[in-house]
Each structure stands twice: as C-alpha cells, then as structure tokens.
Design a protein around this ligand. Structure first.
Ligand code: F6R
Length: 366
C-alpha cells in the first residue's frame, strides 16, 4: 500500500506530479484556452459579483488559503481575507450576502471549518468547498465546490493536499480573471501553459532528494529553525515551519522575510538554521539583503533558489534548486524541498513520520 516507499508521507510527496495532473485534468483545456469547473461555472455570477472572497480553513489548508489570497488578488482583483476557521466562528465576523466564502479542507471533516461554514450560510453568503475527501461532511454542507482529486492522504502531515489545493484555487482565480478581464489574454494562456508544466517541474525538484538528505543530516540537531519567504512564498515559509514542527518536534517559525528585523533577528546566532526562499522572481534583491543580515549574525543559511542561481549560492551554506516558473506558481515548487527536509530530519531523529504524537489526521473536535 506504500508502493515501495518507507512511509506514506514520502509516497505522497512523490505523488504530487500525478496528483496535480489529476487536479487539472478535464478542467484546464490549454490549447482551447478554457478553464471549466462545474461548481464555479454553475455559480459564475456569484463569483463575478463577489464583494470579497473570505477563505476559512485550518493548518496547512489555511496556508493554501494564504497563497490563494495572493493569487486571487493578483489575477482576479477581488479582495480576499483569509481566516482561521476557529477565530472566524467566534468573532462575530462581518459577512455580507454578496461575499463568497471558500472553505478549504483536505479531510472535509474539520470541526472548526464546518462551524465557520454554518455561520457563513446563516448570514446568507455563498459557500464554496475545496475538499479532497469525496462525500465528506464539508463537501456536503457547502453550496458548491471543487474536489482536489489528490487521492487518499494517509500521512498526518499534509503534503499533496496542499499543492493540489493551490492548483484548484489557481484554476478558479484564472477563470475569474479571464471572465473579468483582469488579466490579458496572452497572460491567461501563459499561466495555463505554466500550470501544465508544473508536474514535470516538481519531478525535477524531487531530484534534489539526496542533496536534501545531506542538509538534513547537518542541521537535524538544531533546536530551532527559522523559515523566511516573501510575497507568494511567505505562506510557504509558514508551511515549511509547520511541517518541521509536526513531525520532527523541532521548534520552527515562519516569517515574512522583511519582518525579521522587527524581532526575530534577535534570535539569530551560529546555532540557528534559517531556510530562506529566494527564487529569482519575487523580491529577489530584497531577500538577498535579508540573507546578508542573517549571515552577518552568523546564522546558517539554507537557500531555496531558482535553478542556476549564483548570488544566493555565494552567501548560503546550502542551496536547494527548483526549476523556474512564473512567480505566482513558485509555491508549488518551493514547497517540495521543505517537505523533504522535514521528512528526512524526522526520520534521522527516529520520529514516527506518518503518525506524529498528539496529532490526528482529521480534527473533528474543536
Ligand atoms: C498539517 C495538518 C493540519 C491540517 C489541518 C486541517 O500537516 O495536517 O494542520 O492541515 O488540521 O485539516 P483539513 O485540511 O482536513 O481541514
């Protein structure tokens, strides 16, 4: 059932190229320049007239929501707010009838997300689900939705669910952007073609596995890690830190790179590995100056860089390359080495990768 892999988590990491292909199959017709998704098409006026999009989710699904915020605002120019379902439900939130609420949940059973959906429905909003498990409670409670089609995710640490959630949300954003005319026709086609190339680029990113094992060996005994990213990759920094915490029990924090100087920089010394997402597109020069600040305080730098990068390589202790893509889709690639890094560290520390202590695959209690 693990298909020759030692753990479900590793299997699911390696399944991502196929999972993403399954997510967009039949929905994205690249040659015709069409994105079709029944749940969106049937409710297109609700999406096009949305005052805002509110995204509710927990954990890794919340991180996918944050990536989607950047993508929706950039492509479709719709204001987006991303909420922890557990906070949203108890905050007496402002919800308008012309808000579209998107609930993201791999399991489709998360209690807080379910409660947030019920609240949004009571207030008259249209609620759209992005779930993986077919027929799950959340998929039934929402007005419409789109499945991620990632296949069963068994490892407690979410991997392929995250990248397929981002894929579904990107498809929706592209469709709305096209309908609204907020991106040019040529950009629309470019993005479709780029999304189609992502599975092969993930395969390429997976080839760094051996090298990532060396990085893991070097830093597995650290007691803290910092993860930094900017723009579309800020949520990836949060997700990388969560993966490490969950399965290796090493304390890790994710931050927007520029926030470092407002506090976390005080933590940096020669004992602190800092994983910096520094792909060529997206605030590259600014991230380089962040890297210099870390280096001058003797922090250890693990750079996640675009293939062929030279500048970061000169400064960093290690670099891990990912193929080039458009900035908006870089999270689908930069996530991969962070998943592998946490996997290998947990394995070297002899932790139970697939079933970390204190965690359950679906959190059906609040
Ligand atoms: C992280 C993880 C959790 C879940 C969270 C939401 O690896 O597994 O943070 O992402 O419990 O679960 P779903 O997506 O099922 O609602």
């Amino acid at each position: 059932e693990k298909n020759g892999y030692d753990h479900f988590m590793l299997k699911e990491i390696y399944e991502q190229p196929d999972a993403i292909t399954d997510t967009y199959r039949g929905r994205m017709l690249v040659d015709q320049g069409i994105v079709r998704m029944a749940g969106v098409d049937d409710n297109i006026s609700k999406f096009l007239n949305a005052r805002r999009i509110l995204i509710v989710a927990c954990g890794t699904s919340w991180h996918a929501g944050l990536v989607a915020e950047y993508i929706f605002e950039d492509f479709a120019r719709i204001p987006v707010e991303v909420e922890y379902a557990s906070e949203f439900r108890y905050r007496n939130p402002v919800i308008y009838r012309d808000d579209v609420v998107i609930a993201i949940s791999q399991s489709g059973e998360t209690a807080d997300t379910m409660a947030a959906i019920k609240l949004a429905k009571e207030k008259g909003a249209f609620v759209f689900g992005v779930c993986n498990v077919v027929g799950s409670s959340i998929s039934r409670e929402t007005h419409a939705g789109a499945y991620t089609h990632a296949g069963p995710e068994i490892g407690v640490a979410s991997t392929k669910a995250f990248t397929t959630q981002i894929t579904v949300l990107s498809l929706i954003a592209l469709k709305l952007a096209k309908e609204k005319g907020t991106i040019s026709n040529s950009d629309f086609h470019l993005y479709l073609r780029e999304l189609e190339l992502i599975p092969n680029k993930i395969k390429e990113a997976l080839q760094s596995n051996e090298h990532i094992t060396d990085v893991a060996r070097k830093y597995k005994d650290a007691s803290n890690f910092l993860y930094l990213g900017r723009g579309f990759n800020f949520p990836v920094a949060l997700e990388g830190a969560l993966k490490l915490k969950e399965i290796s029990y090493i304390h890790a924090e994710g931050y927007p790179a520029a926030e470092m100087k407002h506090g976390p920089i005080a933590l940096i010394d020669e004992m602190m590995p800092v994983v910096v997402i520094a792909t060529r597109k997206g605030h590259y020069e600014k991230v380089i100056s962040n890297i210099q600040e870390i280096k001058s305080r003797k922090g250890k730098i693990i750079g996640i860089v675009t293939k062929g990068d030279k500048e970061v390589r000169e400064l960093a202790d290690y670099v891990i390359e990912v193929p080039e893509t458009v900035e908006a889709f870089t999270p689908l690639l930069t996530t991969i080495p962070l998943q592998l890094l946490s996997y290998h560290i947990a394995l070297m520390l002899d932790k139970n990768v697939d079933q970390p202590r204190n965690l359950a695959k679906s959190v059906t209690v609040e």
